[in-house]
Write a protein that binds this ligand. Structure first.
Ligand SMILES: [Zn+2]
Ligand SMILES: [Zn+2]
Length: 158
């Protein structure tokens, strides 16, 4: 569903295509409402990338836990009107988002971009690690009996 009025500042929301998904972005504060599943589909199918400096800036802000004002951050779900739950995206991204488990998520200005940068980083890390494990298993296949060869190979990774 689309929203016409910003959940935060009551400003007008406009349709905006982001990574192939039509989202509602507030033209005054830049906040975004995403229906359930839309955040995942943006993350999975996105084609753009963020600058390395934005990614490292995002990672620097990463930490677990909720800020002190999380309890007073009360905004209602536009569909069921229940107060959106305040969570730290992916537990320790440091991106504090408001979510209705059934209907969607509210992201303040730049939070969508920060989530993308965070996920891009970990996606790249996963690819790197898979490559390392691939190299590791073929190396041990070549030298099945040599512990020192494997050890040297492990050392060369760091
Ligand atoms: Zn707004
Ligand atoms: Zn809801």
């Amino acid at each position: 569903m689309s929203i016409q009025t910003c959940l935060r500042c009551k400003g007008p929301c406009i349709h905006h295509t982001h990574e192939g998904v039509i989202i509602d972005r507030c033209s005054s504060c830049g906040g975004v409402w995403l229906d359930q599943g839309e955040l995942e589909s943006i993350i999975e199918t996105r084609v753009n990338t963020h600058s390395p400096s934005f990614v490292s800036e995002t990672l620097k802000q990463g930490k677990a836990g909720l800020p002190a004002d999380a309890q007073t951050d009360l905004i209602p779900c536009p569909k069921c009107t229940a107060t959106l739950k305040v969570i730290n995206y992916a537990y320790d991204s440091g991106v504090i988002i408001n979510i209705c488990p059934s209907h969607g998520v509210w992201l303040d200005s730049k939070e969508l971009e920060r989530i993308e940068a965070y996920r891009d980083h970990w996606k790249n890390e996963a690819v790197k690690r898979r490559a390392e494990w691939g190299a590791l298993s073929s190396a041990s296949a070549v030298e099945p009996a040599s512990d020192s060869g494997l050890l040297n190979f492990l050392k060369s990774l760091f």
